[in-house]
Design a protein around this ligand. Structure first.
Ligand code: 16G
Ligand code: ZN
Length: 533
């Protein structure tokens, strides 16, 4: 049961800092690590309540600030099947975090218990992990105190990638059932991926070495660990930016976010022409690929390119398997390059939906297809196979050798792809498997379509909350009249497109523009930013 006196005792050690207000957003809570002790203590309590509410299912908690600077940290709750926390509960997280003293905190907890009809006598279990940030040690302790304050069962999963935490959460909750997702251990995760990878590439010539920039984060040791489970005859990978011990290196001029926004190779990477490389972010849930062209131009193969590669491959396998009734769809956000959307719809002939930024929106939409491929341009994404499509793929026997071989590959893909959340390590193997199968160089992969020149700028405004969007953030409703002005500008540029949205993670407004030429796109971005400012 819940002992409120005990909660108050523990809470006294974690006073809320004055003058800050916290908000559980698309990335959970994320801010300077020194402000987070009380927040994470309370997240522990909420995780336990969520577990009680869901009939003692195991809830996940990940302590990370992804691609943010090292001095930041953050925390996210993970629901039983590895999904993001249910949206309604985000409000409780915010309320708990902002309770200004222990009495208010206890009242908020009591409210949550009453409103949700939670049985306080139920057991609760929370599995948690952190990335390599130095502040993580202290914040894990705060989390553990929150859990102990409500007598939850603690499962410390140690230092892990965000997707590994999502994986293990789902494994715990499906253990011993028909829907078992795998062994709830780090080793179980590697074995599952390694076995699936071998099934797809076995017997095919190995690709040249890939260099992977791990952003000096948790992806470095974990990718090395994964590679130990995959024989060198099928994967040749070199991990660079693997220094997780030197302060200040995490995400510094490296990692997926740096490469995507700066459009250049990370610090520490020497990349000869036409060789592929990839960058992970600080918690290894995002990946982008790239190469230098023979004339030295930097070429990015971002989330849109990965989605196109994956969708093309899966569609081909489904066709070859004889299960043509299984439909495939792709989910993008407004940031997807117009050329990618054009390629997917016109060349591949696959339906594309556009949703608001944030993984939960993409994930939810992807669930509407038999096979839903979702990627944000920034490199976060995965592929979801619906339970019924999985059952059909598992059951089908196939009539021809072509059918049988395609079915075997589809089955391997279901295991290779981390279906709980975008996973840089799993996505890396997915791309490597497809490139191996197709015998493609990065340049050949890149030839599917040419990105329209694009530009993303941040504008600091006095109040970003006055910007209200609609149509998957592609149009502004407010401030009134602004969208009409944007439309007039866009019309002046060939293949022009631009949108404005308030950031969910920073106190800025983002302006995106693309157009047929670099000059046109830069000018359009600049002019739209001028309207917003
Ligand atoms: C969060 C989202 C990410 C999105 C980004 C946009 C999750 C887990 N993460 O990091 O998907 O791309 O926010 O940030 O949903 P913005 O709102 O500041 O542009
Ligand atoms: Zn991340």
């Amino acid at each position: 049961t819940i002992d409120y006196g005990k909660i108050k005792q523990f809470a006294a050690r974690y006073p809320k800092p004055n003058g800050v207000s916290f908000s559980y957003g698309t990335a959970g809570f994320r801010t300077k690590a020194e402000l987070l002790d009380s927040v994470i203590f309370r997240v522990g309590i909420l995780g336990a309540l969520r577990s009680k509410k869901l009939d003692s299912k195991t809830i996940g908690v990940m302590i990370t600030a992804s691609h943010n600077p090292e001095e930041d940290n953050g925390v996210k709750l993970v629901d039983p099947y590895g999904e993001m926390l249910e949206q309604k509960w985000e409000i409780y997280a915010t309320q708990l975090a902002n309770a200004h003293n222990a009495d208010v905190l206890v009242n908020v907890i009591k409210d949550i218990v009453t409103v949700n009809d939670i049985d306080p006598t139920k057991e609760s279990t929370v599995v948690y992990a952190r990335d390599t940030r130095p502040s993580g040690v202290r914040l894990v302790e705060a989390l553990e105190h929150g859990l102990k304050a409500v007598n939850a069962n603690l499962v410390n999963f140690g230092i892990k990638t965000t997707p590994q935490l999502h994986y293990v959460t789902r494994c715990y909750n499906t253990l011993g059932t028909e829907a078992s997702y795998g062994e709830p251990t780090e080793e179980g995760y590697y074995k599952k991926l390694a076995i699936a990878y071998r099934k797809i590439v076995e017997g095919l010539p190995r690709l040249p070495k890939i260099k992977v920039d791990a952003a000096n984060g948790v992806g470095a040791p974990k990718l090395r660990e994964l590679a130990k489970f995959i024989d060198e005859d099928i994967l040749d990978v070199e991990v660079i930016n693997d220094d997780i011990d030197t302060r200040g290196k995490l995400n510094f001029q490296c990692g997926a976010d740096f490469v995507k926004t700066q459009q250049r190779v990370p610090l520490g990477l020497v990349l000869p022409a036409e060789q592929r490389a990839a960058s992970l972010d600080g918690d290894a849930d995002r990946i982008v690929y790239y190469y230098n062209d023979s004339d030295g131009t930097f070429k990015l193969l971002d989330g849109d390119k990965i989605a196109s590669l994956a969708a093309g491959f899966i569609m081909e396998l489904i066709k070859a398997s004889g299960l043509e009734e299984i439909n495939v769809g792709v989910v993008q956000t407004a940031y997807a390059n117009g050329s990618s959307t054009n390629y997917l719809t016109k060349v591949l002939g696959v339906p594309v939906s556009c949703v608001s930024t944030g993984v939960k929106h993409l994930h939810h939409e992807a669930e509407k297809y038999d096979v839903g491929v979702y990627f944000e341009a920034n490199g976060h994404g995965t592929v979801l196979f619906s339970p019924s499509s999985q059952a059909r793929i598992r059951k089908a026997e196939g009539k021809t050798p072509e059918n049988i071989s395609a079915l075997e590959k589809l089955r391997a893909l279901i295991d290779l792809i981390n279906q709980t959340v975008g996973d840089a390590l799993s996505d890396l193997l997915l791309v490597e498997a497809i490139l191996t199968y197709r015998r493609w160089t990065p340049k050949q992969w890149d030839q599917a379509y040419t990105d329209l020149p694009n530009r993303l700028v941040k504008v600091v405004v006095s109040n970003r909350h006055i910007f209200k969007t609609t149509d998957a953030e592609r149009k502004l409703l407010e401030p009134k009249g602004l969208q009409e002005k944007i439309d007039l500008l866009v019309q002046q540029y060939k293949d022009g497109r631009s949108f404005v949205r308030p950031s969910g993670t920073e106190d800025v407004v983002r302006v995106y523009a693309e157009a047929a030429t670099r000059h046109g796109c830069d000018e359009l971005a600049f002019k739209v930013a001028g309207l917003v400012y």
